[in-house]
Design a protein around this ligand. Structure first.
Ligand code: ZN
Length: 441
């Protein structure tokens, strides 16, 4: 929001720096990789609260699973060479693999291997959270080159009762109405999906903390996908239903190809409207998806009965880019500019929600702008562009429209109107008006 370019460049680098630092951590839906990630985020957000929910805890229709930790995993050939090495890339092990230490033939090993014949250089990302098994993921080219010999297969993992870890940061505003930002912590070394979401969400929180005032309260949630969002909702749903007026699932926000929008289930919430407004004015060539294309935690937040207004603004959407869920989604796919672009869009969304309210003009007929220094006193037929916007704004402020609705009506970016509305309010010509009890406007 108006930062000088030099600071913006710095922010882009800081976003990318955080992506680089947390990219290698061995995350899953539980375990020390998640804790390590949250601790790194806590260095930037000291007020982040890290919660632990014990395995076996019920969360609606689900149960928090056992905790998974891994120290090492490899496959040795006859010569003792690590032909598959988890230390080189944590995608090499199926997430939640049970421990194994055994010798076997290539044929036996091959039954536990996963690869992508269509992308022979990529290591796939495979998980098995709720079915106990073990497996390795390899590039298809590597798989087909494996010698027919005896192998020693080791996965030094532990899968036992522990806890599910998540992070939460509530930034209070002047009003109890809340904006939710939720991102997921469970993907290991995958950059766009979703280390990028962790970085952008962290810096959005930092940006809000630096603001002198906030109208709304902000709820930042760092959870493992699906089970984390469900667990979080099972503990906070009543309060969230009372307060959340708009929410965003922050995922896939790091590459610098397209922008994407995925609507909430209802499709016409404040989050939907504001995200569409911002994208239309900043990146009109964005790709628009519907709720039928969903795939992240909006599946929980928008579920029937939960009914939270959560939409997603993304760069290349999960499932819609060739590197998705493979080792090709690496640090070369996300860029400082890609991260910064997502940050800017979401920051604009916050700015618009903060300033959105019903407005009513306080005088009958047009106000006399000239004596307030708001209008060129030398009358001619060509008043400036801004005067035209000012007059159009006043003409729309009959108390039945919000500033966002007016901006859409006038086909102007809301951030052009915000300073004009502030000026008019300062002169007592506009007042907030309308159904104050309804903030989801
Ligand atoms: Zn994913």
């Amino acid at each position: 929001m108006g930062e000088p370019d030099v600071i913006k460049e710095d922010l882009a680098q800081q976003l990318y720096g955080l992506v680089e630092r947390i990219f290698p951590f061995p995350r899953s839906i539980t375990g020390n990789g998640v804790r390590q990630t949250l601790r790194e985020i806590q260095r930037l957000l000291p007020a982040l609260v890290i919660h632990e929910v014990p395995s076996g805890t019920r969360a609606f229709d689900w149960v928090v699973p056992d905790e998974w930790n891994i120290r090492d995993a490899y496959v040795l050939d006859e010569t003792g060479t690590r032909v598959i090495d988890w230390r080189k890339n944590n995608l090499h092990v199926v997430s939640y693999s049970t421990p194994v230490d055994a010798e076997m033939s290539l044929r036996e090993l091959d039954q536990h291997l996963h690869s992508l014949p269509d992308q022979p250089e990529a290591i796939p990302y495979v998980t098995s959270y709720y079915e106990r098994r073990w497996g390795f993921c390899v590039a298809h080219n590597q798989r087909t080159r494996l010698k027919d010999c005896r192998y020693r297969v080791v996965i030094d993992s532990r899968l036992e009762p522990g806890s599910l870890t998540y992070g939460e940061l509530i930034i209070p505003g002047e009003e109890p109405s809340e904006i939710l930002l939720s991102t997921y912590t469970c993907h290991p070394s995958l950059a766009n999906d979703n280390v990028s979401g962790l970085a952008v969400t962290t810096f959005l929180a930092r940006g809000l903390l630096e603001q002198p005032r906030r109208r709304h309260t902000y709820r930042f949630v760092f959870v493992p996908e699906t089970i984390g969002a469900i667990t979080y909702l099972s503990r906070n749903l009543a309060e969230m239903k009372r307060h959340v007026i708009a929410g965003f699932a922050v995922t896939c926000v790091g590459d610098d190809r397209s922008y994407s929008f995925l609507s909430s289930r209802k499709g016409d919430s404040l989050a939907d409207r504001v995200a569409l407004h911002v994208l239309k004015h900043l990146h009109p060539d964005f790709v628009q998806y519907t709720y039928q294309d969903r795939g992240s935690d909006e599946r929980q937040y928008c579920a029937p009965g939960v009914d939270l207004p959560v939409a997603s603004v993304m760069r290349s959407k999960y499932g819609a880019y060739p590197e998705y869920h493979s080792s090709l989604d690496d640090l070369s796919l996300v860029t400082p500019a890609g991260l910064q672009g997502s940050y800017d869009v979401l920051r604009r969304c916050m700015e618009c929600i903060e300033a959105n309210e019903y407005l009513r003009v306080t005088v009958l007929c047009e106000p006399q702008l000239g004596r307030r220094g708001l209008y060129p006193t030398l009358s001619n037929n060509h008043p400036g562009h801004q005067v035209r916007e000012l007059r159009n704004l006043i003409a729309c402020c009959d108390g039945t429209r919000t500033l966002l609705g007016i901006a859409d009506k006038l086909n102007l970016p809301m951030w052009d109107l915000i300073p004009l509305a502030e000026t008019l309010k300062g002169h007592g010509l506009l007042v907030a008006s309308g159904p104050h009890s309804r903030k989801d406007i």
